[in-house]
Design a protein around this ligand. Sequence first.
Ligand SMILES: [Zn+2]
Length: 417
Amino acid sequence: MNFRIISFKGMDKSFISSLIFYLLISCNSTKLKTFEYPDPVDTSSRIINYQDKKTYTINDVVFADNQFDGARLNDFIQINDSTFQVTILPENEPINQSPHFAFRIWAKQAQTIYLKLNYPTSEHRYVPKLSKNGEQWRPIDSLNYRLIDSAKNALIKLNLENTKLWVAAQELKTSAEAINWSKQIANHKDVRFISIGKSKLKRDLVGLDIYSGDPKGKDVIVVLSRQHPPEVTGYLAMQSFVEELLKEHRLQKDFRNKYRVLVFPLLNPDGVDLGHWRHNAGGIDLNRDWAYYLQEEVKTIVNYIVSKVSKSKNKVILGLDFHSTQEDLYYSFSDNMHSSIYPFKDYWIRAIDDAIPNYTPDDQPFPLGSPISKGWFYKQFNAESLTYEIGDETPRDFIKLKAEVAAREMMKLLILR
Ligand SMILES: [Zn+2]
């Protein structure tokens, strides 16, 4: 602020103090703030355990390995003639029950084996997916898969060959895949590939900046994904959602002309490539760090968003964070929280409901508790925000269909504003 006190000579004192107060408030609204929450979480870094990256060999006959990004395999042993066991451990504890596994297994000569998925500290969650090449995946046949030990562990039947069979909790989507996808999306004329910084272990944090024409003054929608490594179905939904925004129809063109979308497809590249169950390389759940930004990934993203929107005089109106859980649902704000576009969410959920026969969105409002991204959008920008949750085993074609519908209905509503 570059005014001289002398120019206020003769002005009413209370007018001057309200003016100064107003200027302070308007400066503050473009600065990154820190926030208190009812349920604070200490997100200082903690130690994580790294896997031994190796090929396990049993009698020079059966082999398993974890020597690829996204792998998780902590031990491999033989139990009896036909039964083997993989042990799966988390990066650190306490941690929620999302035991991600990913390994390759093969044999010198073709043979059928039983493989126990053993989780000493957790319970089985994901239906195993199989692949011959790490690219195309299919869920295991239900006849070859059952829960054992009171549903704590699982037993699967596999036909091994002398070529590697990939077995994983979810389709493998590494940080390299996220970067390749982003670069490919950025071939669109309205998309800019952005490199925003590095993770704790110096992996690239990337994003997409989507709009047509001049970014100045456009209201902003922020899209986040993959704070939690195994949450691949949320990531697939995010990809289909973003791809829908870029189609060459009237709706999409009008939308890109009026709005700007910042997309951060992979917030936790270290956790993803290290095959983590939930945390980043700092041993922390990133979706609890949106108050004081102690972790590199969250700190980099929030600083980027705030500086970008402040530079172009944008206003963030909506934040969408894509995750996975057991069932499809939306975590939204409770009714007493009115964002700047309230009640957008109610119209949006209803529109998605109307557009998809035989599907009713499960809207689960809850008040601010711990420092998650949803609360940050509201506190920092008074923006609307939703956690878009997809079930672990939701059919992949339905994930795509629903994300496309959600994107179209969002665009229709926002264009009418
Ligand atoms: Zn999550």
